[in-house]
Write a protein that binds this ligand. Structure first.
Ligand SMILES: Cc1ncc(COP(=O)(O)O)c(C=O)c1O
Length: 380
């Protein structure tokens, strides 16, 4: 089946964060993590059918959706879960904030490594927990764990290890050995691993399939909260449907207790879209990954020609994490914005001197944005 990712609706015709930020200005938005592409045809058809019904009463996730997710995780990630492990959520950010609340008590700490998706850095404090962190390190073009630094940062009162895998923004899909090390650390330090795997459907390298940490063995499964959603893979983030997979019944109960009276049902259209995506979104996802692989090469080739900039090869996601520290720029995001390209500022991710570029857009937009970045750097 053919999908045309070169053409997409003009996003400026509807309200939206990504293009709305620069309304009326000639700035190409390659910042917030959604893609410019229409949702997959089977998702749109399912939404139209549901819309035509015309009644939108309170709706729980139906058993057929749980079935579609269980089957999808088995098919795509060889992860075998039970339907009763699923907890439906309106978003993954809600999900990891709940994880901070559900484990330990006020004054305990939560570990995460930087750079990382910014809401990781504020979630602990939202729940009266302290954040403890250290930095990932880049070695030979690959971002890795500084294992000694992680082991030193985790303190006796650390109760949660917040993992982002595949990783936003560095694009790593962590391998079995790295995940084994984290699982062993969780066991020896008695931590719950909250693993945000929202980007699991976006692994670009066939040689590095996504491996959920909870799939390693039963011991780590018992101390895990895995967060997933169809939102990134099938580009339906504003439909707000996500889920936690919590195999341990006690941990699941504590988690659900924190939700009471606060966390709303998932929007019915989100439920419908999610089921269609997990059941019928495979061909579109395969075509998308081909398109993103080509976009990744364009980014790598272009950045290699930009004076003072370096990047690493993302194994997953549509995000490139670009090191601007040798370019002599005080504020790289502001510099590129003035040059007509809107990128995410590394400071928000806990790593100044970097920018994040979203290549989930048409080739025409991407090529023009990369040309603008190069022009801005060479025209100084
Ligand atoms: C790692 C990660 N987690 C969570 C989210 C957002 O999840 P949600 O919109 O479901 O709250 C994003 C969006 O960029 C993300 O990159």
């Amino acid at each position: 089946m053919q999908f045309d990712f070169d053409r997409h609706p003009d996003r400026r015709q509807v309200p939206g964060e990504k293009w709305g930020r620069y309304a009326g200005r000639d700035v190409l938005p390659l910042w917030v993590a959604d893609m410019d592409f229409s949702a997959p045809p089977p998702v749109l058809e399912a939404l139209r059918r549901r819309l035509d019904h015309g009644v939108f009463g309170y709706t729980d996730a139906p058993p057929s959706l749980a079935e579609a997710v269980v089957e999808g995780l088995r098919r795509d990630h060889d992860w075998h879960i039970q339907p009763e492990w699923l907890v439906w959520l309106p978003g993954v950010v809600t999900g990891f904030n709940l994880a901070c609340r559900a484990v330990g008590e006020a004054g305990d700490s939560v570990f995460t490594a930087t750079p990382v998706y910014p809401p990781f850095l504020t979630a602990p404090e939202n729940s009266g927990r302290r954040l403890v962190s250290c930095a990932l390190v880049e070695r030979n073009g690959r971002w890795e764990w500084d294992r000694a630094a992680v082991e030193a940062a985790i303190e006796p009162r650390t109760r949660v290890f917040m993992l982002c895998n595949p990783h936003n923004p560095v694009g790593r899909a962590f391998d079995r050995e790295e995940l084994r090390w984290i699982a062993d650390l969780a066991e020896s330090r008695d931590l719950v691993v909250c693993s945000d795997e929202i980007h699991c459907g976006l692994v670009l390298d066939a040689a590095r399939p996504h491996l959920p940490i909870a799939a390693l063995d039963e011991r780590i499964a018992r101390r895990s909260i895995t967060l997933m959603a169809p939102s990134k893979t099938w580009n339906i983030p504003a439909l707000y449907c996500a889920f936690a997979v919590i195999p341990d019944a006690g941990l699941r109960r504590r988690y659900q207790r924190e939700m009471r009276g606060i966390v709303p049902h998932v929007n019915v259209m989100g439920l419908v879209a999610a089921e269609a995506a997990y059941r019928h979104g495979g061909p579109w996802r395969a075509a998308l990954l081909d398109y993103l692989r080509d976009n990744r090469e364009r980014v790598l080739d272009a950045v290699a020609t930009m004076p003072g900039l370096r990047t690493t090869r993302p194994e997953a996601t549509y995000l490139a994490w670009i090191d601007c520290r040798d370019a002599g720029l005080d504020d790289p995001a502001a510099f590129f914005e003035a040059g007509g390209v809107g990128l995410s500022d590394g400071r928000a991710f806990g790593m100044p001197g970097f920018v994040r570029l979203n290549f989930g857009c048409s080739r025409a937009t991407l090529d023009e944005a990369l040309a603008r970045m190069r022009r801005a750097l060479t025209a100084r």
